[in-house]
Design a binder for this molecule. Structure first.
Ligand code: AHM
Ligand code: MG
Length: 327
């Protein structure tokens, strides 16, 4: 077995390609990776340590919070506070922005600390999703919500951690997509894919077809198109990070359209769609809301939702073409 590159070695070797001083982004990425290890440890032992089940509270979306949602949120927020690099965090689990009480810090984080909550209790893959930005407001002043409401094109880092059969840390700083797999033996994230590219065409579509009757005509036409082709596969875990990760590695399109229950789509622009859109584009894929490039949407609110079509470029193009001609 060849010696694998650690996250630290990789960042050091790629210093010139980072969009901010290495010491800062390096520190931030390490802090996220370290906390991901802690979350990994909790996730793998949750059935034993009584960490399954609901926390007895709801988030801003009115969704019941799981104990692990709350724990992951606390762990990541504490990490960012202690990093001294982050001035404000926007989290799926908290209604308002979270001030880090460090007005001299320059970075902003938007995150979903533990996505795929419905899969937590049943031992199915879940994930952490995050974006890092530079603040818009002046250093030394109190950060504002506008610091978090930045377009996806402004991201310095987009990333996720998949807690699956293995835990994987995937990110881009705008210079390709890299996957680090956690080695529980050595306690390190090791480089297992570099400059990942998503194939342009594939025959896998991921969509919750339970809502089919409520889909718009164009989306129905695209799903029908996949079925009529005869050799397409439907693959849907219901955990965004896991569905996205599979499509990144094997090709495919992930769709969360407008439904009767969620007319604006279900997924949140800032901390679910944008980071994955950045990664998809960096790997040669595409991410649209059905009409507009996800990363060009001007955010208006912290928990804003959007419809989402992401994955292999030609598949996204085909979906957009049918949506345009049928809506
Ligand atoms: P969550 O943030 O409450 O976990 O919801 C987001 C999750 C995504 O991981 C997944 O893609 C989607 O919800 C699945 O929704 P549905 O059950 O409607 O198919
Ligand atoms: Mg989520």
């Amino acid at each position: 077995m060849s010696q694998k590159t650690t996250l630290r070695q990789f960042l050091k070797a790629n210093e010139a390609n980072l969009p901010a001083p290495l010491s800062e982004l390096d520190h931030l990425l390490h802090s996220i990776a370290r906390t991901a290890k802690t979350v990994h440890a909790h996730v793998t032992r949750a059935a034993i340590t009584d960490l399954y089940g609901t926390a007895g509270s709801s988030n801003i979306q009115g969704e019941e919070q799981q104990k692990l949602d709350v724990l992951a949120n606390t762990l990541f927020v504490t990490t960012f506070r202690e990093s001294n690099l982050v001035c404000v965090v926007g989290s799926e689990e908290e209604e308002e922005i979270i001030l880090m009480d460090n007005n001299d810090a320059e970075y902003v984080v938007a995150m979903d600390p533990l996505d795929g909550s419905s899969n937590i209790d049943v031992n199915v893959s879940i994930g952490t999703i995050f974006s890092v930005f530079k603040r818009k407001s002046e250093k030394g002043t109190k950060p504002k919500v506008e610091d978090v409401l930045q377009k996806g094109t402004e991201q310095l880092i987009g990333g996720y951690v998949l807690y699956g059969t293995a835990t994987a840390f995937v990110f881009t700083t705008g210079n390709g997509v890299h996957i680090f797999t956690y080695d529980p033996k050595g306690g390190e994230f090791l480089l297992t894919h570099t400059n990942l590219e998503i194939v342009k065409d594939s025959k896998t579509y991921s969509c919750n077809e339970g809502g089919f009757l409520g889909f718009t005509e164009g989306v129905k036409k695209y799903i029908d198109f996949c079925k009529e082709e005869g050799d397409y596969k439907a693959r849907y875990i219901g955990s965004l990070v896991a569905d996205f990760h599979r499509n990144m590695l094997k090709g495919g399109i992930f769709i969360y359209p407008s439904t009767q229950k969620t007319p604006k789509g279900k997924l949140r622009l800032l901390y679910e769609c944008n980071p994955l859109a950045f990664i998809a584009e960096q790997a040669g894929g595409k991410a649209y809301d059905g009409r507009v490039r996800i990363m060009e949407i001007e955010p208006e609110s912290l928990h804003q939702r959007t419809t989402y079509y992401v994955g292999s470029a030609n598949m996204v193009d085909k979906a957009l073409e049918l949506i345009e001609t049928h809506e």
